[in-house]
Design a binder for this molecule. Sequence first.
Ligand code: FAD
Length: 417
Amino acid sequence: MKVLVLGAGVAGVAAAWYLRRDGHEVTVLERNDAVALETSFANGGQLSYSYVAPLASPSVIPKIPPWLLRRDSPLKFVPRWDAEQWRWIAAFLAACNRRQADVTTERLLRLAFYSRSLMHELIDREAIDFDYVRNGKLVVHTDPAAFESAKRLMAYQESLGCEQEALDAARTVELEPALAAMGPRIAGSIHTPSEDAGDCFKFANELARLMGAGENPVRLRFGVAIERLLALGRRVVGVETDRGVFEADRYVLALGTSAPAVVRPLGLRIPVYPLKGYSLTLPIADERAAPRISVTDYRRKVVYARLGNDLRVAGMADLAGRAPVIDTERVGQLIDEVKAAFPGATDFSRLQPWCGMRPATPRGTPILGATPYSNLFLDAGHGALGFTLALATGRVIADVIGGRRPAVPLDGLRYDD
Ligand SMILES: Cc1cc2nc3c(=O)[nH]c(=O)nc-3n(C[C@H](O)[C@H](O)[C@H](O)COP(=O)(O)OP(=O)(O)OC[C@H]3O[C@@H](n4cnc5c(N)ncnc54)[C@H](O)[C@@H]3O)c2cc1C
């Protein structure tokens, strides 16, 4: 079959990868001149297979007022005259209860574990270089109460198959000596040896390189801006773009934060709203002062990953409209975090700041598979976990299109759920 994948972020590229493996004739349409230049460009680099708990949880509610009042808080809200923003917030608050948070965690863990097995299979089979490391992850807590509740979550996640251990401050610093400066503030940490990290931009580009070569190559059409989907009854018959109309048998929508606007004229609503985040890419100046294990500072919601000779630092969640504009104050806050956590580790003279828009759903789960249009499929709403989940979601889409039952149940992840 002819399949058009719309969007060449990490989600679209991963879907194209598995669709090609099924023997389809795949074309990817992308408005930029290369793969992964938007949200998949400089994210936190975490392949966070066991750390999937959603932002929407009961514990977040009491934190919201102080977060909203402090300028340097990890979460920022700038109200807009935008009904979508308010609808998203209402649905987010409705999801902030224990039952929903547990159900979401379970669904995301299933997808994430599946993604991990696909990633390991891919790495075993292909020569693919994206600064991938299997160094594990330390989630460091500076607040004793938060550490206690993290231990409870760990016990729950253990029942779902996660292998994690709680460490006291001394063991934490022993495992990752670069945390010495933070040492006196550490209440404890959760160590997950099975977490990976890598460079999402390089990963997507490597997949694109591999699938663009050999028999039945995927065609990547860059510089093509999608304007609208053309439908006849409950069937998509083409994609109108600034380069003309493209037609196929099946259409996969992997447009990140643009997905809702493209499907709205067809009468479809998908609750994806941009949650802006920031990252810094910093060359490492002192090997011993920079972490080798991926680190999350839980209280400040900042993640650190070693990518080749750089330290990638990412954080912040700003519900502040749709413009991917860098706020220099937010960058300054992230710089202060790195200086406090890993003093002397990096070279700030060669700092590369970036911001990206997470395609976030209120519950934190992606929206996958069939739609009321018989040949239109969604691969959307990957939120804070798009790099982690992309292989699983791509494979699920290929399975649904191929008429196979996906390896993970799609309850709660479908368009109508
Ligand atoms: C600061 C930050 C840190 C993060 N850290 C992590 C992490 O550590 N681990 C993790 O797993 N995830 C992380 N994420 C999330 C992850 O980056 C996203 O979930 C993921 O990149 C989403 O991929 P996507 O392909 O859905 O979207 P995108 O990468 O945005 O791809 C969508 C593509 O569609 C194209 N497009 C859109 N509209 C049109 C149009 N009209 N015509 C043509 N093309 C169009 C865009 O150009 C883009 O290339 C982070 C995100 C941020 C912002």
